[in-house]
Design a binder for this molecule. Structure first.
Ligand code: CO
Length: 473
């Protein structure tokens, strides 16, 4: 019987996809020891948007959260999602910062780093992968899946081989939009197994409803690990249900370590958390349904809600269909980047600007300018030269690795912060999210005063939480 490992995503992607990553530590503290004993291959619990929202909304130190999870879960591997050279932010960081971040993540409890780059540019993965191996972690090199004329099986295999040669221990196929069909998954897993010869993990979302078929065909083709979310936090824009997958795979003769009594307890624990999300408006019942539009437009679920939010702000919800149709056009102009943080935001915002301005690329975001200058990395395909000309004029896009131009920053920032930072982890929080970290340092000094001030601020704004920006990865 072939063994299949289950990665449980409830603490990271499931809550990121359903409730905008607003789950405080107190919502899962009491279930950690059961999650630890459930027999998962790994627990995805950190990275992605969790770091940002811990500081921005939850007044939690993300490092302290990680240490607490590690203490409560000594027996199961802890996993994080890292945006390659962009770490947990939205732009590239210098190499010394990337290396230090990986060192600290492992020191504070992470075992597996799943490392991706939105453009699948290996130059943006290499420093993080090498650092992971240097500090004793498990490196899961990630291939972002998208559908385009330039994303061929050969190209994916080439990237898989590059990831293996860099030192990756496993390869993850990351389908952030839930658009990978069962046959595509089968062919891709088979090709990677035959050529790259590393264990394969599959990450997908239920957005379009195709996920369980895709997971099954991936396993038939040889995939070793799949990402699932406990049933009460599964479905919709989240992952497919853990218990359903375990039940089905066992019936088909696969060997799975997961303990059913434990998953029952974990599922029951998260029922009130889901209910609280619905009541607060953070969990919009809309995202729980099946949305096949993504199969046509190939946009991640998070992008759809962002698009609605942006258009509502501009009082232009009637342009929704036009903006949705503009996304693939922008994606093609930009050389077919997979749509995942940060390219999903870059393409989404530009699509809205194109539609609202009534002229394409008349208004351009700073991020699109940086992208066209080559600062995010190498586009998978050819970038439309007319767009480059219109936006950059005579500036020639650079083909070097952008991070090579960035001066080392960790030691200088540590010095600059002085006593404000109590640890290297504080310095890192500040480097990745300066304003948020400062706000958190203030909060930490006097939580009661900071909470009173924040409450007054929130009442002034009274912005509905459900329209806030969601990250897709
Ligand atoms: Co995801």
């Amino acid at each position: 019987m072939r063994k299949i490992g289950i990665t449980e995503t409830v603490l990271r992607d499931a809550q990121q996809s359903l409730i905008a990553t607003r789950m405080p530590y107190s919502d899962f503290e009491n279930i950690l020891s059961d999650i630890n004993k459930a027999g998962y291959y790994s627990i995805e619990c950190w990275g992605g948007a969790t770091f940002d929202t811990c500081l921005r909304y939850l007044n939690e130190d993300p490092w302290e959260r990680l240490r607490k999870i590690r203490k409560a879960c000594p027996d199961t591997k802890l996993q994080m999602l890292l945006r390659g050279q962009n770490l947990l932010g939205y732009k590239p960081y210098p190499d010394d910062v990337v290396e230090k971040f990986v060192e600290l993540a492992i020191k504070n409890g992470i075992d597996i780093l799943r490392i991706f780059d939105a453009l699948n540019d290996p130059r943006n993965l290499e420093v993080a992968v090498k650092a992971t191996k240097k500090f004793g972690g498990i490196a899961s090199g990630t291939i972002c899946f998208t559908i385009s004329p330039v994303h061929t099986l050969e190209k994916y295999v080439e990237l898989g081989n590059q990831l293996r040669d860099m030192g990756c221990d496993t390869i993850c196929i990351k389908d952030m939009s839930g658009i990978m069909g069962p046959q595509e998954a089968y062919d891709l897993v088979k090709a990677l197994k035959e050529n790259v010869k590393l264990p394969i993990a599959i990450h997908t979302h239920c957005t379009t409803g195709v996920a369980p078929l895709t997971l099954l065909k991936s396993i038939e083709a040889g995939a070793d690990i799949i990402d699932c979310a406990i049933s009460s936090m599964s479905g919709g824009t989240s992952q497919y249900s853990t218990e359903t997958m375990v039940y089905s795979l066992r019936q088909l003769g696969y060997d799975i370590d997961v303990d059913d009594a434990m998953t029952k307890k974990i599922a029951d624990h998260f029922v009130p958390v889901q209910k609280k999300g619905l009541e607060s408006g953070l969990l919009d019942p809309y995202v729980m349904g099946t949305k096949t539009d993504a199969l046509l437009y190939q946009v991640p679920g998070g992008m759809l809600s962002n698009l609605i939010a942006q258009l509502k702000q501009q009082n232009a919800l009637d342009k929704f269909d036009a903006a949705l149709a503009e996304i693939p056009a922008v994606k093609a102009d930009l050389g077919h980047p997979p749509l995942v943080t940060p390219t999903s935001q870059i393409c989404g915002v530009q699509a809205v600007m194109n539609v609202l301005a009534g002229e394409r690329y008349k208004l351009v975001s700073n991020e699109v300018r940086s992208y066209l200058r080559g600062e995010y990395g190498r586009a998978p395909g050819v970038v439309n030269p007319d767009v480059i000309k219109k936006v950059l004029g005579d500036v020639v896009p650079s083909t070097d690795r952008f991070a090579d131009r960035l001066a080392p920053a960790f030691e200088a920032t540590k010095k600059e912060l002085g006593a404000k930072a109590q640890s290297e982890e504080d310095v890192m929080s500040y480097l990745v999210f300066p304003q948020l970290a400062e706000k958190y340092f203030e909060y930490r000094k006097n939580p009661a005063a900071a909470e009173a001030a924040a409450k007054a601020e929130a009442e002034k704004k009274a912005v509905a939480v459900k329209y806030s920006v969601r990250r897709a990865d």
